[in-house]
Design a protein around this ligand. Sequence first.
Ligand code: AMP
Ligand code: GLY
Length: 416
Amino acid sequence: MKVLVVGGGGREHTLVWKLAQSPRISQIFCAPGNAGTASIATNLAIADGNIPDLLKFARENEIGLTVVGPEVPLVEGIVDSFETQGLRIFGPNARAAILEGSKVFTKELLYKYAIPTAEYHRFTEASKALEYLAHNTTYPIVIKADGLAAGKGVLISLSREEAQQGVKEMLEDKVFGNAGDEIIIEEFMTGPELSMLCFVDAHTAVPMVSAKDYKRIGEGDTGLNTGGMGAISPNPLYDEELEQFCLQNIIEPTLEGMRQEGRPFKGILYCGIMLTEGGPKVLEYNVRFGDPETQVILPRLETDLLDIFEAVVDDRLSEIDIKWDDDAAATVVLASRGYPEAYPKGLPISGLDEVVSSVVFHAGTSAGEGEVITSGGRVLNVTTRAHTVPEALSLSYRNSELIQFDGKTIRKDIGS
Ligand code: AMP
Ligand code: GLY
């Protein structure tokens, strides 16, 4: 079978790497891919949001399955477009991808079906939001743009002044464009975070092994939010009891709610959960694999990933026995200087060949003239599987030292 992977980050390199282990796959294409995917797949010069060209390529090249990495094409209906043309594709359709595409939709769903989450109010008018803040005395408070904002649409405001400014930026200055036409002002919760990812078909949700993502740029969880600066698996806070609790009280009722709303979900459901004193509560849903969580989850998967994807597409996930390795995994992100704000591109990367005992998943890289160059904020994910998280981390850090590019930025406290 020929497979097309849509996307070009560390998550997609990991998907391509795992799918390449399937004996049933003859060729993998990646659109647009990066310098890492180029070594195991054929990169296509098609952007991951260009649904018409992706569809045309899949049709003309007899692609047996398309796998979508990022959220934007899912929310914009890539699955609907492919299915209308009779093409097989893994992921939720647009009606179901709204779980990530609209935070307002998701909060309303969570409340309607009594699923634990932070209290919230929704606003489309700045004056009403500001009036609400004028009477609110509890800070910090959380302000979220309704739509997709590349992971930047969440503000934690420490004071009324900060919150007022956030409201104005979103609703009046439109810093997130239409994604900020409506906002949520939400109760600030505290506690450790958990990313829970599940394979989901029409009948079944099967959780993957757990992971923990390190979202802030700075050590000790300080500074700006990023896409994620590293990850470990398993998450030390996770156990069977917590998994069952989250499945029964969060995941299953959400999927049942989606069915009742006429929006059955299939694909990957990623639930961001905060373990508060009042129990686990939903922070957000994503409708795709996490990045960099995928980089530590898929190396632990023993089952053929193509078998799982096809079982989901055909709604026979319960027939598959999904096996995981007992080992641990860790990934350390090598980022560009300045990320998550402005950063340089096109810088040469050296030392990739010196890495042993780790796998380097590429994120923001491209092939320059005879060399690999930086092309994104998160550049590389140095990933290791070992018996324990500390062993995996120590190898990832050691190998990270061997790779050089100007401005290389690493969080030294992944796993702590
Ligand atoms: P989200 O994209 O909604 O997961 O938000 C990004 C990050 O902001 C989360 O991973 C949390 O660290 C933080 N966050 C979001 N909502 C809340 C909340 N209600 N209370 C505290 N932190 C939050
Ligand atoms: N690592 C967070 C995300 O993928 O959204």
